[in-house]
Design a protein around this ligand. Structure first.
Ligand SMILES: [Zn+2]
Length: 62
């Protein structure tokens, strides 16, 4: 294996980690206006608001 191939593989792994870190687990897409909640998960602002709103709505219906 050449040195440039090793470097390429390392860069690829780093890209995968970054992609996980910047993706939202609600809409499963890249974060828009990222918000980090207390457990350390990242969500986009809109996805978090929609999730909270739908939870409130469901609980009010009882
Ligand atoms: Zn999202």
């Amino acid at each position: 294996m050449t040195l440039s191939a090793v470097r390429g593989e390392m860069a690829q792994q780093r890209n995968q980690v970054d992609r996980v870190k910047i993706s939202c687990s609600i809409c499963l897409d890249l974060l828009k206006d990222p918000v980090t909640i207390s457990c350390g998960h990242n969500y986009c602002m809109i996805a978090l608001l929609v999730k909270q709103w739908s939870t409130m709505r469901r609980s009010s219906l009882g």
